[in-house]
Design a protein around this ligand. Sequence first.
Ligand code: C2O
Length: 577
Amino acid sequence: MHSSTDMAMSWSLLLPFALALVASASHAAIVEHTFNVGNLSISQLCQPDRIITAVNGQLPGPTIRASEGDTVVVHLVNESPYGMTIHWHGIFQRGSQWADGPAMVTQCPVQTGGNYTYSFNVTGQEGTLWWHAHFSFLRATVYGALIILPRGGAKAYPFTKPDKEEIVMFGEWWNANVFDLQQMALLTGIPAGPADAYTINGKPGDLYNCSAPNQTHMFEVRKNETYLLRIINAALNTPLFFKVANHTFTVVAADACYTTPYKTNVVVVGPGQTVDALMVADATVGRYYMAASPYDSGIPSGPAFSKTVATAVLEYAGGANTTSPPALPQLPEFNDTDTAHRFLSNLTALVLPGKPTMPLAVDTRMFVTVGMGVADCQPEQTLCNRSRTMFASSMNNASFVPPRSTSMLEAHYSNATAGVYTRDFPDQPPILFDYTADASNNATMQYTTKSTKVRTLRYNETVEMVLQNTRLIAKESHPMHLHGFNFFVLAQGFGNYNQTTAAPQFNLVNPQERNTVLVPTGGWAVIRFIADNPGIWYMHCHFEAHLDLGLGMVFEVQDGPTPDTSLPAPPKDLPQC
Ligand code: C2O
């Protein structure tokens, strides 16, 4: 660690540079919000009023709008009965690592009655991101959009300036209390049941039994105008197909990274992912359904999921009086992997001057299996039936458990990692096997154990990781999310990864850049990133049910040579456990 005199010295040396930076960023603003997290009474699906946890009494929570280079400051005031943290999904948190948010990874939860100020810059990023609770299942109702405009505003988009922008945010709704659901899943080792509904901007829409008129989101459009839809999947456990009857899209960005314009009539978005799509209101004046339906990639079919469809209504100016019901788009089958793969693998980056390009030299290669398995009941699982094994998910057969008493980032910062985590996350699975073969579906192969392992990286190391899905329980498309970085997706495919046949297919020219990749079901994806952000960074499946069962690991990125490339000291108000 640097002593304060060292810091003062190096800061005085850096001062001229710092001043130059301030001058060039003189238009940068501070975007400040207060998030009061507390109980909200809400009626949904004709259920009597339910108490949920929400920010400022809103579902979804408030939208944060900033411009590239701004500083976002959010004062979290926790008036809810639960511990709370907020994660700013997709924000790099360079220099503000303590604001990343995952519970016990970068911070202890903010206790009831406590508060914490998250402060971070949105530099070098533009597009659609979002924020969500990162503790228990609370993100089911604690989430909202985080929009970063280009510095020059909408006219600086690298595509036709839309007439208007709309946020289209998907969620999952449970009639039961989600915190209790998660506790029960933890104690029993049996994953929580499926959601009762999918939602668009917090509302399930007309196709559910008992949907009241105010439970359908309305989007108003004018004939021939162009809309930028900022599509966000905030659902806990379900990738979704999205269509609008009689309308098509041009995708222009994914995970706040511009893409080569891609025309499609269906958008596929996994939990954690975002898609920006232009849509021209070029249909006959009238009313149309926008619909989100589940993509169930499990083979053989995965856990139970709700076979329902969330809808919103797209209403043209002058089209309100049509008496016929809105047209419904023809939706893909629930298990339509072809459609999902076509969309997900066809996206490429829009190469722009000054944007990061794919690193061609690789320092560290990792081959990491991702999927479900089983483990013994843990001591704290007091309701676990010891005669049966419980589900546990893992990466390279290590099933991740967060530490209990101190966050990993604090342990890393104070060099007191003993008893908190170990540095032995492996670069290969412990045994090599036929990952996707039905024969691997047996108790010996499925067995995993709980641990808190990190993979330590030198500052600026380039990492290539093959994510290989397994068939230990079932094949399934897992949305793998990396905190602190974007990564390039070089290639993806089905079956067991084969370096010889895959390498020639790598896109080294304009691979899509994302923060979350849906690894194809029973398949693989190859990603690359540069570890130029010191700190403790969670990598995990963005299915909340799988994360809870251990589908994650952590990168520990060492400090670089300068104060600027080193982890800063923790803020004074960092919550204590
Ligand atoms: Cu949006 Cu750790 O996740």
